[in-house]
Design a protein around this ligand. Structure first.
Ligand code: ADP
Length: 183
C-alpha cells in the first residue's frame, strides 16, 4: 500500500519525521508531498522545503519526496496511493483533520485517511512553534534536523523579525523590511 503524507512542512520538524518513520513501517512506500499553496506565505520556498525533506529522509529507502498543487485526493489518485497519512497532536488537530478526512471521502470513496498519534515528546511541536522560537533568537536545534536549523538561522539572520508564519498570522515584532520570498 502506498501512503501520501501531505502538508506544508514549512519547515519539516522532528514531529513530522516521527510520523514519516512510523509510516515507513506500515506502508510499502510513503510519499511526502509538499502542498504548493498560493494562499500561504511560507518561510521557505517549495524547492527549499523539498531539499530539506530529502536530506532528512535520505536514510529511509521507502520514502519519496514530491510537491503537488490542487486537491490531495487527485494527487493521491495520480500516484496510485490508497492512503492519506496524517498526524494528530492535540484535540484541535482532531477537529480539523476529521473534517478534512470526511471531505476527502466525499471526493474519493477509495481513499482512506490513517491518523498516527504523535509521540509524546513531539505533541507540542509544530512548524509555527519552531519559527516563533527562531524569530526571537532561540535555539531550535532540538526540534528540527541540523541542516534545517541552519537554514532557519540563515533565514532569520537575513530577515530578522520576519512576520511570515505557516498559519498566516501576522505578528510584527520589529520594523525590519519584509523580504519577499518566491513560493
Ligand atoms: P498543515 O500545514 O497541513 O497543517 P503540516 O506540514 O504542519 O501541515 O503538517 C502535516 C501533517 O503532520 C499534519 O497531519 C499534522 O497534524 C502533522 N504533524 C505536524 N507536526 C506534528 C507532530 N509534532 N506530531 C505529529 N504530527 C504532526
Amino acid at each position: 500500500m502506498i501512503a501520501i503524507y501531505p502538508g506544508s512542512f514549512d519547515p519539516i520538524t522532528f514531529g513530522h519525521l516521527d510520523i514519516i518513520k512510523r509510516g515507513c513501517l506500515l506502508f510499502e512506500r510513503v510519499i511526502v508531498a509538499v502542498l504548493r499553496n498560493p494562499n500561504k506565505s511560507p518561510l521557505f520556498t517549495v524547492q527549499e522545503r523539498l531539499e530539506q525533506i530529502r536530506l532528512a529522509t535520505q536514510h529511509l529507502p521507502n520514502v519519496e519526496v514530491d510537491s503537488f498543487a490542487g486537491l490531495t485526493v487527485e494527487y493521491a489518485r495520480l500516484r496510485h496511493a490508497q492512503v492519506l497519512l496524517r498526524g494528530l497532536r492535540v484535540l484541535s488537530d482532531f477537529e480539523m483533520e476529521l473534517q478534512m478526512a470526511h471531505t476527502n471521502k466525499t471526493l474519493s470513496q477509495e481513499m482512506e485517511t490513517v491518523f498516527l498519534a504523535t509521540s509524546n515528546e513531539y505533541s507540542f511541536l509544530s512548524s509555527s512553534v519552531v519559527k516563533e522560537i527562531a524569530r526571537f533568537g532561540g535555539s531550535v536545534d532540538h526540534l528540527v534536523p541540523q541542516h534545517v536549523a541552519l537554514d532557519i538561522y540563515k533565514c532569520y539572520a537575513q530577515n530578522p523579525g520576519s512576520n511570515q508564519t505557516t498559519n498566516n498570522t501576522t505578528t510584527t515584532t520589529t520594523n525590519y523590511p519584509k523580504v519577499e520570498r518566491e513560493v
